[in-house]
Design a binder for this molecule. Structure first.
Ligand code: CA
Length: 233
């Protein structure tokens, strides 16, 4: 039997925690909860959940800071930000701080559950690839070891988040082929619907900052103007 996945809910509104918990448990997940930012960060570090639903406005420490600290500490689990505000700047800021995705409140529970599933499925799929270990993926000085999720650039190890890793692996495996943002949203994020394409752009930018010598003049992850992205052939 497949092991149950654990989702950590960091949210200070108890009513939202309860409804998230109810829905997640019904979908077969274990849940952990924290009602303030500090407790959330602690629990994320000690319990190492499979995914985090992270509210932005929280007592003691906000969601952006929790996200940044987890990424700085090398935690790569998928993080979905729950933002109460509509401002675009917030969404982008959330992605910049290392979140994989965001949803604006009030959100559709069905859509949120679909995103939780998509993010966790991707990870499980990669973990399944451990069995076929030993095959390194290499291109332009980048080496990926899917058995250990480790990535290096010119021999130096690079820390990537889950989605940065997924995106890089996908582009390298299909190197030279140009993908639209919609393609990438579907293949890497596993979304069947039309998501926010900025998620793709921000993830590409973050990835470039980590793997390009000059992120302003990329030589690995290339832009095909008006079309999308590809890994240098
Ligand atoms: Ca809140």
């Amino acid at each position: 039997m497949e092991e149950k996945k654990t989702v950590l809910i960091v949210e200070d509104e108890r009513a939202i925690v309860e409804i998230l918990k109810f829905n997640l448990m019904r979908e077969g997940y274990n849940t952990l909860e924290a009602l303030d930012g500090e407790a959330g960060l602690n629990l994320a570090q000690t319990a190492d959940p499979d995914l985090i639903l992270l509210d932005v406005m929280l007592p003691k420490m906000n969601g952006f800071e929790i996200c940044s600290r987890l990424r700085e500490g090398g935690f790569a689990m998928p993080i979905i930000m729950l933002t109460a505000r509509e401002e675009e700047a917030d969404k982008v800021f959330g992605l910049e701080s290392g979140a994989d995705d965001y949803m604006t409140k009030p959100f559709s529970m069905r859509e949120l559950m679909a995103r939780v599933k998509a993010n966790i499925r991707r990870r499980s799929f990669d973990l399944g690839a451990r069995a076929s270990a030993g095959v390194l993926v290499e291109a332009c000085g980048i080496v990926i070891d899917p058995a250990t999720f480790s990535v290096s650039k010119d021999g130096e190890s690079v820390d990537l988040t889950q989605k940065e890793y997924d995106l890089l692996l996908y582009l390298i495996k299909e190197r030279g082929k140009v993908f639209t943002r919609e393609d990438l949203m579907q293949k890497v994020w596993n979304y069947d619907y039309f998501g926010d394409m900025r998620t793709v752009d921000v993830t590409v930018r973050r990835l470039r900052e980590k793997i390009e010598a000059d992120p302003g003049k990329p030589e690995r992850i290339m832009t095909k103007r008006g079309v999308g992205y590809y890994f240098a052939p």
